[in-house]
Design a protein around this ligand. Structure first.
Ligand code: CA
Length: 227
């Protein structure tokens, strides 16, 4: 497995590269967005870890350029904690996941493993579970063909759940993805938003897709299960 790390902060780049190398991955590093594009064209990477603020070409522009050139390598974006817009734009542009800085290495490693396990997406713009469909390009959500209006946060929350089908996501994981660290602990904001989402996508439909996993968190699934 060959990974490309695009990060201009030497300390963070070194931290990531060392850890990944120790975990057995072949790692290339570059500090510059334009150079990263050349690397991605030249080698067949299994995953790109991409910072957003970069010299040469910023991460989101680089991502756009990669996808435009047919390079579908999974991309894990590294974002600053307050950059909600970057995260939304990143996912819209075709990033597969993102991690908010600062992060612990084991979490990065877990995300890397998950992305490398995932089969290549046929169409990264449209996510589907049962009769629920989310289009990242048009930002439309449909259930049973019916258009459902979601707020930006609800859309992000649903997007995050649908990118991890059948997987239990803890409240902390969800909070850190959709909000920032300030919301991560002792807050019921995740439950509140799950409630909003359920009212819109589950209430008038069967099966119920958003499941509560007692004592753990939530998962989205079309499969029946005991929870
Ligand atoms: Ca940077």
């Amino acid at each position: 497995m060959r990974l490309l790390v695009v990060e201009d902060e030497p300390r963070i780049s070194k931290f990531i590269c060392q850890g990944l190398t120790e975990a057995g991955y072949a790692v290339d590093a570059t500090y510059d967005g334009l150079e990263a594009f050349e690397y991605a064209l030249a080698a067949d990477y299994d995953l790109i870890i991409l910072d957003i603020m970069l010299p040469g070409l910023d991460g989101l522009s680089l991502l756009r350029r990669l996808r435009k050139n047919g390079i579908q390598t999974p991309v894990l974006l590294l974002t600053a904690r307050d950059s909600l817009e970057d995260r939304v734009e990143g996912l819209d542009t075709g990033a597969d996941d993102y991690l908010v800085k600062p992060f612990a290495f084991p979490e990065l490693l877990a995300r890397v493993r998950a992305l490398l396990r995932r089969p290549p997406l046929q169409n990264e713009n449209i996510l589907r579970i049962s009769d629920l469909e989310l289009d990242n390009k048009t930002r439309e959500v449909r259930r049973g063909g019916r258009l459902i209006e979601l707020s930006q946060r609800e859309f992000m929350l649903l997007n995050y759940l649908m990118r991890h089908p059948n997987q239990v996501l803890t409240r902390t994981q969800i909070a850190e993805h959709i909000w920032n660290f300030d919301f991560a602990s002792d807050s019921n904001i995740v439950d509140v938003y799950i409630g909003y989402l359920r009212r819109k996508i589950d209430r008038n439909f069967t099966p119920q897709l958003i499941r509560t996993v007692r004592g753990m968190g939530y998962r989205i699934s079309a499969e029946a299960g005991n929870e």
